[in-house]
Design a protein around this ligand. Structure first.
Ligand SMILES: Cc1cc2nc3c(=O)[nH]c(=O)nc-3n(C[C@H](O)[C@H](O)[C@H](O)COP(=O)(O)OP(=O)(O)OC[C@H]3O[C@@H](n4cnc5c(N)ncnc54)[C@H](O)[C@@H]3O)c2cc1C
Length: 380
């Protein structure tokens, strides 16, 4: 699509073609902009190495105008129920379909698939990420007209001065460092461990499950119709998994330390940070990728409105809210004190008998606890 006269003529460079960068590019493209998007790596996240897999209802709302939500709904695993167990005892169950709005609270789709669906939509505007093209480290002196150097796959260097630079280059963001922004926060002692198994026989993928152990937890989420992800706070958790069928393949395993960090403000001059470049937190609640996609959609809308200077003030409260909530959730599932564990196992089911508490929890799983996008006029 040809850029039309006016604001859309501004040149925009997006660093990083992960979920946040691709979404920013797509949302700008469908409003008539022609952003350039570069990424250091050789292609999208491999489908077998899915990091994020929870796609929440807010993300689907945001990706509806571009048509990507429909593709995600077709490809993703529906998650109808969540079960929380302690030993043999069911602490509580949640029906993910009981959330208001068009979509159930959350679905499961490998991050690599989500990225490919975003790329396919972006390609329809003639925009393709420039892979193996890195933004080089270095201080950006003029934040109003940022100048950066790109390193191409053949080693050639290119200096560019976009009107707007979007740093969606992940947790170790070069753009964040180049504008001299810190990344304050803390790292928990806790690690999370995950493994994805493919099964040889049909399995039920339509539920998510959390088994709280004393101490620790094992979570189970669907990745594909024959693949289940197990995630735990215990290093030796694989021996405790109750497999639903014969294993065909142990696809992928990983471990990571939990950090809670965010940048403030999320923009300086005409340089804007989105996604993990701006905030990182635990995977409890499956908010990371979803929050980055939300940043990207707000930023694209504000740029199109000529109001991008409002971006940081609008996004910081949402980011803080999600970090606070995932911090609380992470503390709840990583607690080791036997008294605290007993109190949690007693009071959580009691509290969740009340409709308003269940609704609050479901709304946060759906991502509906941050401000609704004003450019989409249906009810959530
Ligand atoms: C194990 C695990 C499980 C998770 N589960 C969930 C979940 O269920 N739900 C959820 O919402 N989130 C989850 N997350 C978080 C989620 O993966 C991230 O929040 C998400 O990938 C962030 O997207 P992003 O686009 O901001 O950054 P990234 O996906 O990190 O993308 C950044 C991109 O920038 C590129 N890049 C980096 N440096 C440069 C440079 N100098 N120049 C050019 N390009 C550069 C990188 O190659 C990369 O492609 C999980 C994370 C982990 C680790």
């Amino acid at each position: 699509m040809e850029p039309v006269a006016g604001k859309e003529r501004r040149s925009i460079l997006i660093a990083g073609a992960g979920p946040a960068g691709l979404t920013a590019a797509l949302e700008l493209a469908r409003r008539g902009f022609a952003p350039r998007i570069v990424d250091d790596s050789s292609g999208p996240t491999p489908v077998e190495e899915s990091r994020a897999l929870g796609v929440n209802a807010r993300t689907l709302t945001l990706l509806s105008p571009s048509g990507v939500a429909e593709r995600i709904v077709e490809a993703a695993q529906t998650i109808d129920r969540f079960r929380f167990h302690s030993g043999e005892k069911t602490l509580f169950e949640l029906d993910a379909r009981q959330v208001s709005g068009r979509f159930s609270a959350i679905r499961g789709l490998a991050q690599g698939h989500t990225e490919r669906l975003l790329m396919a939509a972006l390609a329809s505007y003639g925009i393709v990420p420039e892979w193996q093209t890195a933004i080089m480290a270095g201080e950006i002196a003029d934040l109003q007209r940022p100048e950066v150097t790109l390193r191409h796959p053949d080693g050639a260097m290119e200096t560019v001065r976009p009107d707007i630079l979007v740093g969606a280059d992940g947790a170790h963001s070069v753009v964040r460092k180049a504008i001299g922004a810190g990344f304050p926060g803390e790292a928990l002692e806790a690690y999370f461990y995950l493994v994805d198994f493919r099964y040889a026989e049909p399995i039920d993928t339509h539920f998510g499950e959390v088994s709280v152990l004393d101490p620790g937890m094992i979570g189970r989420l669907p990745v594909a119709s024959d693949v289940i992800r197990y995630i735990s706070t215990l290093e030796d958790f694989e021996s405790r998994i109750v497999h639903p069928a014969a294993i065909a393949e142990r696809i992928w395993a990983s471990q990571f330390r939990i950090h809670f960090r965010h940048v403030e403000p999320m923009a300086k001059g005409n340089v804007f940070l989105a996604g993990d470049a701006a905030h990182i937190h635990s995977p409890a609640g499956a908010r990371g990728m979803n929050l980055g996609i939300e940043d990207a959609c707000w930023l694209a809308w504000l740029i199109a409105e000529g109001r991008e200077q409002e971006y940081s003030a609008l996004r910081i409260p949402a980011v803080k809210q999600v970090l606070k909530q995932t911090y609380g959730l992470t503390r709840l599932i990583t607690m080791t004190n036997p008294l605290a564990i007993a109190a949690r196992n007693l009071f959580a089911p009691l509290l969740l008998r009340f409709g308003p508490m269940r609704r609050t929890l479901l709304r946060s799983i759906a991502g509906y606890d941050t401000p609704k996008p004003p450019w989409i006029d249906w009810a959530e």
